[in-house]
Write a protein of this length. Structure first.
Length: 106
């Protein structure tokens, strides 16, 4: 399972937990224009989209069926994010620390 780290989402400290991917998860490139990533999160917050994942440039998610096995990246310091609705009509996000893939791993 991918390693999850605590992250702040709109000023709130989130708790560590593990999450299996489910059908219907949505993915969005975390580095795209702010309006697109904001829309993705707001749609999750208001229940129009289920919880999902966002990835930064150079980062990918590996699944076995619907179970998230691992996040990987080719760019140091990049992250993936698990975005979930919270009980206040907002969203929370949790960083997923990916494994760095380097050219000498072959």
């Amino acid at each position: 399972m991918a390693q999850l780290a605590e992250a702040s989402g709109r000023g709130r400290l989130l708790h560590r937990h593990r999450h299996n991917a489910h059908r219907g998860d949505c993915r969005s490139d975390h580095d795209l224009a702010r309006s697109r990533t904001t829309a993705f999160r707001e749609l999750i917050a208001n229940g129009k989209l289920p919880a999902g994942y966002a990835t930064e440039d150079g980062t990918g998610l590996l699944y076995a069926g619907t179970e998230l096995l691992e996040a990987v990246t080719i760019l140091p310091g990049r992250r993936a994010w698990h975005v979930t609705p919270d009980s206040n009509g907002r969203y929370a996000e949790q960083a997923i620390i990916p494994r760095l893939i380097t050219a000498d791993q072959g």
